[in-house]
Design a protein around this ligand. Sequence first.
Ligand code: MTE
Ligand code: MO
Length: 414
Amino acid sequence: MSDAAPPSRRAVLTGAAAAMVAGRARADDTLITQVQPWSRNLGDPVAAAPYGLPTPHEFDVVRRTVDWLTADAYSSVSFTPIHALDGTITPQGCAFERHHSGAIDLRKEDYRLMVMGDVARPLVFTYADLERFPRDTRVAFCECAANSGMEWRGAQLNGAQYSHGMIHNMEYTGVPLRLLLEEAGYDTSRRWVYVEGADAASNGRSIPIKKALDDVLVAFKANGEALRREHGYPVRLVVPGFEGNLWIKWLRRIEVRDTPVHSREETSKYTDTLADGISRQFTFAMDAKSVITAPSPQAPVRHGDGPLVISGLAWSGRGAITRVDVTLDGGQNWKVARLAAPPAPMALCRFYLDVAWDGAEMLLQSRAIDDTGYVQPTKAQLHAARGMNSTYHNNGIQTWLMRADGSVENVEVS
Ligand SMILES: Nc1nc2c(c(=O)[nH]1)N[C@H]1C(S)=C(S)[C@@H](COP(=O)(O)O)O[C@H]1N2
Ligand SMILES: [Mo]
């Protein structure tokens, strides 16, 4: 442990010492002393469910909405239950959704993608056409610019699902957008592409062509299977590291241009107000951010003191995570967390810190550092740089207060 600070009174136990406390059996435990029905009888036959669903015992691991946040169920947002997931891949079935005019049902047969504007050959691709281009597979997170927006002025929503759940992370398969632009013979002097979807809102957005030629995917698979309807079936744009609103679902049109198209949302909602009152029109890459997913308000600790696994997620839209620090005392002492796997650029990274909890109150925080050297800011640093009136792109350090009874609350420390 490369921990420069003096050891806090909550010393970190490891390995055998921790296991001794956590695995103690009781002699009267009938689950051990008696043969149970499930060990005596046959289970379900093979393929009883041709496409499996999660066990009903996990009924609680679902998307949730916040009633007061949006006007109706069509122009709305749901949140990923990140407090209950582990690892890094978000199952499509509970990945957050953000729609401006509802999730449409579009068949592959009815799918068309137009590439036009400043190109030598305007082209229209069918789904089958896309399948004939060389394809890539990569993992990427998609974070809505509004994620944590409600937390800008202070602690607001009591759960990691609500405060940080406008994010998902999937393995995407698709055609590099570069190949389609090359096929159409794009004008290499042009600087922008305008992209839009087939839904009524169309969600038209402008993306620098430099990014479009770099790592943007026209994706048709997520986590190995077809995209779900709510994530843009049959085809969506994957724009690694960039804010979620550019990840066009039901992708219909790509226009090569010299200037960006200014939609009302781009020039208002997704614009960041800076401390000096000046607005920054485009914020594309999502800055490094992290959150402890458990313990958290919806994932309290019920097992009492002793071994405790602190677990969370870290990500950066500018590269790979290199380190995550965790503090138990509101930032006085930091420990370097263990990363579950070598972090990939623009993808979620899982971290763990295994501690021996002494049963006293803790102020839990995590802090992400990426390979550009950027360190996730405190809320105070964010306020100093961007004022109090922003809402979008809040990547400040989150604080959870964990009480002696194991309950956890969203708090703000200065
Ligand atoms: N066509 C279309 N694409 C869209 C949207 C939309 O409403 N329509 N919403 C955008 C926003 S704001 C976000 S954050 C992401 C959310 O993707 P998801 O619904 O798969 O989570 O999709 C983006 N792409
Ligand atoms: Mo979004």
